[in-house]
Design a protein around this ligand. Structure first.
Ligand code: HEC
Length: 145
């Protein structure tokens, strides 16, 4: 037990804070969609993360840092304007969001267990999905492939 406690203290020296870089372009969406995304997705998929203090401790901090990095690489709502300028990108991201809403894979199950923020209602899920489908269609029309 003492060894475990000592090891837990020692690993606190390895800091992996989740840092936020500047947002390059805020996403435009209807207010209900925007609110649901902000609450349930932004902790991982944006540069506006704000994790509670108890997540700042290793090894949980390593896990969270790893997940947030992976999540931002795939989808970063703070970089939405870049997606719009890059042909095909916004449509692809919206297609992926539609899929994730449909399959229920996002927010991830471990986060749904940990945080009340992640529990989105069926109505919110449907609103996000409709927004993604319509946005994807509009994006594809605006930029012929
Ligand atoms: C706890 C962190 C976390 C939260 C909260 C979260 N995600 Fe994710 N998301 C991830 C991770 C991590 C990945 C990357 C999966 C992988 O690489 O295995 C991912 C991947 C995705 C992808 C796939 C992108 C692609 O290129 O295929 C989409 C879309 C997505 N998430 C949408 C959402 C939406 C919408 C929400 C909110 C309703 C959400 N996520 C909430 C962590 C999160």
């Amino acid at each position: 037990m003492a060894i475990v406690a000592a090891a837990l203290m020692a690993i606190q020296a390895i800091r992996t804070p989740v840092r936020n870089s500047g947002a390059t372009g805020e996403l435009q969406a209807p207010p209900d969609v925007q609110a649901a995304l902000r609450r349930a997705c932004y902790q991982c998929h944006s540069q506006e993360t704000n994790w509670p203090w108890y997540v700042q401790f290793a090894p949980l901090s390593w896990f969270v840092h790893g997940r947030v990095s992976a999540a931002r690489r795939r989808l970063d709502f703070s970089a939405w304007r870049d997606y719009l300028y890059d042909p095909g990108t916004a449509a692809r991201k919206l297609g992926a969001i539609d899929q994730m809403m449909h399959s229920g894979a996002m927010p991830p199950w471990y986060y749904r267990l940990l945080s009340a923020r992640a529990r989105i209602t069926p109505a919110e899920r449907a609103a996000i999905e409709t927004w993604a489908i319509e946005g994807r269609a509009a994006a594809l029309k605006a930029e012929p492939q």
